[in-house]
Design a binder for this molecule. Sequence first.
Ligand code: SAM
Length: 224
Amino acid sequence: MPGILYIVATPIGNLEDITLRALRILKEVDLIACEDTRHTLKLLNHFEIKKPLVSYFEHNQVRRTPQIVAELGKGRNVALVSDAGTPAISDPGFPLVREAIAQGVTVVPIPGPSAVIAALSAAGLPTDSFQFIGFLPPKSGRRHNLLESFKEEEATLVIYESPHRILKTLEEASQVFGQRPAVLARELTKIYEEFMRGTLWELLERVRQSPPKGEMVLLIAGKR
Ligand code: SAM
């Protein structure tokens, strides 16, 4: 019998945001595949969990996938975690999940934090339908075309951003979407958690005056 692959969500900042089930699974599996072993070691040490770790990150996930699937084939249970939040959501994971399924391995999600859901749940924009865009392409032309393609979208748009690119993104988004309501959700679950609410133009002005730090999610109201 092959082992089980568990996709385990971990905190996005606040260590209290880990589920009892996630802790039990991390204690029970034979192996933990993680993005950054040092980062995951800190989490495991905090919860006094000792387990063999194997790195699984963006640039080795194709090479590592068959190795991890081979371990599953030997009947060993494996947990996949990322540095923060839910693995495979703008994080490594998809190739492993796909290959595990192809090889007849059972894949079990252990749900928990994800910045997209945390941001959306408290932003105050419509939540009945949303379009998760994740990270925008780095090249300005492709980024602009992608934003344009969502101009008629009625669902709330959710974009993962970084402090060094948020100004550029807000400039481009306000050109495409104009005065739409938007929210910049920053440092979720951490001490300096902040929700900046306004129109895209207002957010642009505030970000120009005082560039925000930390991790952030940009949400833009859909066309309604
Ligand atoms: N897998 C993660 C998840 O489920 O949310 C996302 C990982 S992705 C590499 C990192 C991006 O998620 C950041 O650039 C930011 O856009 C968003 N993010 C992660 N943690 C966050 C936080 N505490 N507050 C706001 N945004 C966060």
